[in-house]
Write a protein that binds this ligand. Structure first.
Ligand code: ADP
Ligand code: MG
Length: 271
């Protein structure tokens, strides 16, 4: 299979919302009047960001999900995706599974894959996502106001706890492991929440590197400080259980600095 057959078989589908999709030198896109484009890209490199033998379906999901999460954090609506990838070989089973995972998520958010680039090389996956946001309304890191409350969606630390288990730093019960590995491999981007937050939030960021670091970006951009109440951190019971068995340091590390959460952290007036 050559490069063009591979693109035609696995990465070409009729685009629903593009003037022109895959197959020409450029895609042609028409954002709606009154909207700005929100554009983001995220590169995942094998053995740095994921294990090279990761299930390709999950990889297809996650490599798109991490970009959708950035779109969500701006309050934007995802519309178009490009995929630049380096593949060590044209493994059809791998490609089929990867494409299924990616399209399953893309379909749920009505995102068109409109282009990309394909080359041979060490496994690297780089999505670029484009979304639309009403002009002047995007949720920036710089918008937090003194007196705001700080909110986090979902729960923190579960993905990091799964990673700790893989590294032999934590022992998890079967149901704990199931929950945490799902969080690690199949994160659910908070797209609908991000859009709703346009009405309410002053600032937002997605938590990809850990709450302390990512909230830190909001604080630095907004020229503010904050107090975090550890007891108020949203977490799964498997994290709470770590406190009971004396693994407090691990639990705090996972919730505050673990990363891979892909939840939204935002600030808003208490009201
Ligand atoms: P060019 O050489 O003009 O950049 P390519 O031969 O690299 O074009 O790609 C041919 C077409 O296939 C282009 O429309 C490009 O956007 C698309 N494409 C290439 N790789 C991918 C991919 N992995 N996913 C989606 N579209 C792709
Ligand atoms: Mg060209």
């Amino acid at each position: 299979m050559n490069e063009f057959e591979l693109i035609a078989k696995y990465f070409t589908r009729p685009a629903k919302h593009a003037v022109l999709g895959v197959g020409d030198d450029c895609a042609l896109l028409a954002p709606r009047a009154g909207y700005e484009l929100a554009v983001t890209t995220d590169m995942l490199v094998a053995d740095r960001h994921f294990f090279a033998d990761t299930d390709p379906y999950r990889l297809g999901h996650k490599s798109l999900a991490v970009n959708l999460s950035d779109i969500a954090a701006m309050g934007a609506t995802p519309r178009w995706a490009l995929l630049a990838c380096a593949l060590p070989e044209a493994d059809e089973d791998w490609l089929k599974s990867f494409a299924r995972g990616m399209y399953a998520l893309a379909d749920r958010y009505d995102v068109d894959l409109v282009g990309g680039d394909t080359t041979r090389g060490p496994l690297t996956l780089c999505f670029t996502l484009l979304g639309e946001v009403p002009a002047g309304r995007a949720l920036r890191r710089s918008g937090a106001q003194a007196g705001d409350d700080i909110w986090v969606s979902g729960e923190l630390g579960s993905a990091a706890l799964a990673l700790a288990q893989l590294r032999g730093e934590a022992i998890l019960a079967h149901d704990e492991a199931q929950h945490c590995h799902r969080a690690l491999h199949m994160p659910e981007p908070r797209v609908a929440l991000g859009q709703r937050l346009l009405e309410h939030a002053h600032a937002a960021i997605d938590v990809s590197d850990g709450l302390v670091g990512d909230l830190g970006h909001i604080l630095e951009c907004s020229g503010l400080g904050a107090t975090i109440e550890l007891k108020a951190l949203p977490r799964h019971p498997s994290l709470t259980a770590r406190f009971a068995i004396g693994d407090r340091d691990l639990a705090l590390k996972c919730m505050l600095a673990g990363g891979d959460d892909y939840e939204l952290c935002f600030t808003a007036a208490a009201s």
